[in-house]
Every structure is written in structure tokens, then in C-alpha cells.
Design a binder for this molecule. Sequence first.
Ligand SMILES: [Ca+2]
Ligand SMILES: [Ca+2]
Ligand SMILES: [Ca+2]
Ligand SMILES: [Ca+2]
Length: 347
Amino acid sequence: MRAWQQGVGFALLVAGLPALAADHREAPAVDERPVADLNDIYAFHDADNRLVLVMTINPLSEPDFAGSYAFSPDVLYRFTIDNTGDAVPDNRIDLVFSKLRSPGVQNFRARFTGGIVVRGEVTPPGPGVEPIVVEETDNDISIFAGPRDDPFFFDAVGFNRFAATGDPDAFRGINSFAGLNVSAIVVAFPESLVSDGGTQLQISGFTYPRERGFRPAGRALDRTGNPAVSTALIPFELRDRFNRALPQNDAANFGQIIADRLTDLGTSGDNIAILAGVAIPDTMKLDLTKPDGFPNGRQLEDDVIDTLFGLIFDGDEPTGDGVDSNDQEFLDEFPFLAAPIQPAPAT
Ligand SMILES: [Ca+2]
Ligand SMILES: [Ca+2]
Ligand SMILES: [Ca+2]
Ligand SMILES: [Ca+2]
């Protein structure tokens, strides 16, 4: 019997995985509020060695209804960066948005720790629209906000069939996120703005309810560090609680739950230790002295699902989902994510 066929663990796996994704539509509260539903975050360096941080929201945005997706004026979008190893944020990048003036027409304000504020326009949807890259030259900051192709790729249906049957041949190699867009925030800046001279960063994405300014009006609506941690390792009934909790408390709140779940999945002790180092706390770790690439930060093209399968299933089947790249080509310049998918033309 293979690791993935172990009865008790397998039942737990099935029970917790109604629709595994990176962090798309993973918990009841955000499922009702896609404007606050974080899908993924990414952290990598550009050709000028600036740090690039990406967050995506509005999961599964349909190109035919592009004008109906926006950032919410009632949500605070936040990156946090820890640079002291305690998972307690030392720096933040906050973004807030105006009300929509018409479909796709919206402004943003971004504030960095230290008080740097950058104002700009959201890029509207539509064919042939060039991304609006808002530049703040004093501090070498670039910001983009607007619709993009979802950079995440994964055979979610294949995975759910595998979870239901235990058959690693259930994967179809079809990207469930192909042809769908997200709303993205992309920020590039010198890493010294957030590292304070440290080399070990822990990055998180948060959404908070907001009334005014850059202040959260309550606990987080969603948060994410690593892809699939919440969806794969946190039981469904705990996910709203997980989203509201702080990363620095993850070891105490969820460490045993995650370790038990990995044990149930048949993950080896060595790999549980590796995964715990990635997922507890659920922050994206980025060692600035090492090359970028998940789980050291995350590049757009990284096949994070195959990496996670390799660790969780210990090289046993399934070793991957058969989807190895995005359906669209990434850009080699800012904002890096591919242009949003457009509605099909007349035939
Ligand atoms: Ca989410
Ligand atoms: Ca800290
Ligand atoms: Ca895509
Ligand atoms: Ca893959």
C-alpha cells in the first residue's frame, strides 16, 4: 500500500479538500467576498535586483464580465514583511482604493513604512490596454493594480478526483485556472526599503475590512503566505479562524494540526520538518542571500504544486498534476503577469 492510500489519513485528506486551489475561494467568509479573497502572493527580484511583491484577488474572474471586477474601497490590501525572524511584521505596504467612477476606473493610494505614499490609477480592463505603471522615482518604486491573467496553474479537478479515489492517474493535466483572470497588485522597490539590512524576510498578504485611511477596521478577512497551506493543511472548519489569526501565532495555534495532517498523508519525518519550516508560520520565506524560487520566495513560473507534492508524497505518486506552466506567457518586464484574457472574438 502506498502512502496516499493509508485509510485514515486519506479520509482526512478527502474531507478537507472540496476544491483545492492556491488560496482561491478557500474559506466561507472570503467565499462571499471575492474582493477580499487573496489567491496567491509572489516574491522575487527583477532584472535591476528590486524586490517584486505580487498579490492577486478576485479569483476566477470571467473575461466576459471584466468590467464587474474591481478593488474594494472597503478593503485594506496589505503586504507585511518581517526581517527579524519572529514573524512579527517590521514593515508594511498598504494599498487602498477609491470607489469605482465607472467600470474599471479607480484610483489607488499605496503607503510604505516610513510614510512614502504613492498615488495612481488602476489599469482598466479591455483589449489592447497597456498596463499603467505608476513610478515613484525618488525611491525607485513601481506599482501596478488592475486585471491580469491568473498566474496560478493547477489541475484542481484532477486533484479532487485523486482525493476522492486515491488514483494518481485521475490527473488530467488541464489547468483549471486557464482562461480566467484575477485582479493583481504588483509592487517593485529596492529591498532595503523593507529589509532594514536583514537578509531573512518573511512576507505575508492580508486583506482587512477598512473604513478610512490605512487602518484596518477589524481582524483580517484573508491572509496567505504559501500556496495551498490553508487549503491543504488546515481543516475547512478552521479556515476562517486561520485567516483571522496572526502568523506569529501559527506554531501555537496550528502547528500540531499541520504536523498531524502531514503524518496522516504519509509524509516522512524529514519532509514534515521541511514543510513545517515552510508553512509554520505561514509566511513566504525569502533568504536574500540565496536564489529566488519556491520555497525561497516564489517566482511566477515556479511549479509550486509539483514541489509540494514532492515533499508531501515523498517522491511517491502523484509526483505532479501534469500542468507545468501557465496558459499565458509571462512578461519579462514589470508588471510581469500576463495581460488579462479577453472575451472570445466573433467567429
Ligand atoms: Ca483566499
Ligand atoms: Ca519582526
Ligand atoms: Ca493563467
Ligand atoms: Ca504542476
